[in-house]
Design a protein around this ligand. Structure first.
Ligand SMILES: *Cc1c(COP(=O)(O)O)cnc(C)c1O
Length: 383
């Protein structure tokens, strides 16, 4: 499964075999709901497409390979993948999670699973002592995201994973922001990796999808059972698109990293910019951990203006021409976002501010356009 050592070769070839019936080099889109059986129970491994689909299986093999995992599972969205992990729990179980994670994850935990009797402890996981302190004998899951969205806080995956191991709980890492090109949490001891494949894996802002990767067979069995029983599977066309996206992940990520670095340094010296959040900067509080566990620092950057107000931010947000004002990230095109009113609007304001996410914070997903155009656009928008 993981026969390719170098990342680029792996991304292009993982999971992709020429179609056995025609030799087609690209995995066909098996747009079918069911598969004909020669006699009851006599089939080619495919019965019904919620449980098995060849396009999805090819993608799931690629998912496993890109995270150095034994198993991969595809879901109809990132939150559906998160939801599948939550279904491993029963009422009374406790979860430790980051206080500044993705807004949709927070909404799922606090609005759907809290009322089903799951108990959440929201802590600053960038200080691992907070994680150790929140552990009880009921803790079943530690959920971390690193870098976090949108403040780019870094959590030490290895340290949290060893706490998880000691207390026999699952450590799941939302690896969406880093992508497998920059970081592989299973290699650092995590139990499950989750991605919103909507972002860097798909890479072209044309698909919603999620995935889970893991090494333990029993966990794969449980999660596969949940996948087919609850039915949040992606269609074959979407699987094809993500398979295609993965083939260029390394080339896109190289450029996202290069552009990200230039934009971070540009913003840092700008007189109207107060603070830049990018884990590649020496002065980032967790830079040394980022350096230890990541191969590069990516193209996700947040910043505040000296005039840290909704009004000043709004002016920048509505003046960019190359950066489009939109939620989401990780596509080839640059996007600009206002977390307080967009991606993180579901987090109560007091909680948001307490966590350091101000009304004026601006988040960039730096794309892979030419850097001169990207900088010129920011220059005219910030003024
Ligand atoms: C987008 C995102 C999700 C949710 O994924 P969807 O594909 O939108 O359901 C989860 N975590 C992070 C960090 C994300 O950016």
């Amino acid at each position: 499964m993981n026969q390719y050592k170098n990342l680029g070769t792996k991304y292009i070839h993982a999971g992709v075999e020429p179609d056995p019936s025609t030799g087609a080099i690209m995995t066909p889109i098996y747009q079918t709901s069911t598969f004909v059986q020669a006699a009851p129970g006599v089939h080619k491994g495919y019965e019904y497409a919620r449980s098995q689909n060849p396009t999805r299986f090819a993608l799931e093999t690629a998912f496993a390979a890109i995270e150095n995992a034994k198993y991969g599972l595809a879901f109809s969205s990132g939150v559906a993948a998160t939801d599948a992990v939550m279904r491993l729990l029963i009422p009374g179980d406790e979860v430790i999670c980051a206080h500044d994670m993705y807004g949709g994850t927070y909404r799922l935990f606090s609005k759907v699973y809290e009322k089903m009797g799951i108990v959440f402890h929201y802590v600053d996981t960038s200080n691992v002592e907070n994680v150790a302190a929140a552990i009880t004998e009921k803790t079943k899951l530690i959920w971390i995201e690193t870098p976090t969205n949108p403040l780019m806080n870094i959590t030490d995956i290895e340290a949290v994973s060893s706490i998880g191991k000691k207390h026999n709980c699952i450590v799941c890492v939302d690896n969406t922001f880093a992508s497998p090109y920059l970081q592989n949490p299973l290699d650092q001891g995590a139990t499950i990796v989750m991605h919103s494949a909507t972002k860097y894996l798909g890479g072209h802002s044309d698909v919603i999808q999620g995935c889970l990767m893991m090494n333990e067979e029993s966990l794969r069995e449980q999660l596969y059972f949940i996948q087919k029983s609850t039915g949040a599977v992606p269609g074959p066309q979407d699987c094809f698109l993500v398979l295609r996206g993965i083939k260029t992940l390394h080339v896109r990520m190289q450029r996202h990293c290069e552009n990200g670095e230039k934009v971070a340094h540009y913003l840092q010296q700008h007189p109207k910019v107060a603070k830049v959040y990018w884990c590649g900067l020496e002065e980032h509080p967790n830079h040394s951990i980022a350096k230890k566990q990541m191969r590069g620092f990516g193209g996700m950057i947040s910043f505040t203006l000296v005039n840290d107000s909704m009004e000043a931010a709004t002016k920048v947000l509505s003046s960019t021409k190359i950066f489009s004002l939109a939620e989401s990230l990780g596509g080839v095109e640059s996007l600009i976002n206002h977390p307080a009113s967009m991606t993180h609007a579901s987090i109560p304001r007091e909680r948001r501010i307490a966590n350091g996410l101000s009304d004026g914070l601006i988040r960039l997903s730096v794309g892979i356009e030419d850097i001169e155009d990207i900088i010129a656009d920011l220059a005219q928008a910030i003024g």
